[in-house]
Design a protein around this ligand. Structure first.
Ligand code: IMP
Length: 201
């Protein structure tokens, strides 16, 4: 069974592909979807649904009836009342500028001693009949005061994982994938029995 993953983020695609190793995953590139999807929601769930709905409509127009998986995720810092949260990708103002986002976070937290934070991921599996299932996952840790490890994805090198006792930037992809918010969200999705109906057209 083919599933479409509503993301262009190569790190996310790799992580989710590794976790769903028996499924045939198509990316947005594979289905020829090139537009930017505006994340106008105020919660991770709203944004995941916006992405899933958009891609499902696109597929239906092409008479392709595949389920769509879409996620929205971010970093929530306790001392910043959950910021950057849904704005994690554009915290510094520029969409997906990871280095600028990291510098802003380090700067904002310069004098803050409570460094507790978690990553959250909400993932939706959306079906052609406009029903969907939700999975939700979190992973806890602390924000470091400087970059530690590989800085290739988001806030990985600033997140000292409680589970791994090292930053996600230092961890191998296998280590991260066993404790990550995305892994936990996906697991919760696969165990989800409640099916909801999308009333939004
Ligand atoms: P999304 O693509 O709208 O879900 O944006 C998520 C943003 O949150 C990313 O651009 C990263 O800045 C951050 N983020 C989410 N998950 C991770 C992760 O596993 N590691 C590092 N940063 C992440």
């Amino acid at each position: 069974m083919k599933i479409v993953l509503a993301s262009n983020n190569k790190h996310k695609i790799e992580e989710i592909k590794q976790m769903l190793n028996n499924q045939e995953i198509l990316t947005l590139k594979d289905i020829g979807y090139t537009e930017e999807i505006e994340e106008t929601g105020k919660t991770f769930l709203e944004n995941a649904l916006i992405k899933a709905r958009t891609i499902s409509k696109f597929l239906t127009k092409k008479s392709l009836y595949y389920p769509v998986i879409a996620d929205d995720s971010g970093l929530c810092v306790e001392a910043l009342n959950g910021e950057p949260g849904v704005y994690s990708a554009r915290y510094s103002g520029t969409h997906e500028n990871d280095e600028a986002n990291r510098l802003k976070l380090l700067n904002v937290m310069k004098n803050i001693t409570n460094r507790k934070a978690y990553f959250q991921c909400v993932i939706v599996e959306y079906f052609p009949d406009k029903t969907y299932k939700i999975g939700d996952g979190k992973t806890y840790g602390n924000i470091t005061t400087t970059k530690i490890g590989n800085d290739s994805f988001g806030y990985d090198c600033l997140f000292l994982s409680d589970d791994l006792q090292k930053t996600f930037g230092e961890a191998s992809s296998e280590e991260k994938n066993h404790v990550s918010h995305r892994y936990r969200a996906l697991k919760s999705l696969l165990n989800q029995t409640s099916i909801l109906k999308d009333d939004d057209n």
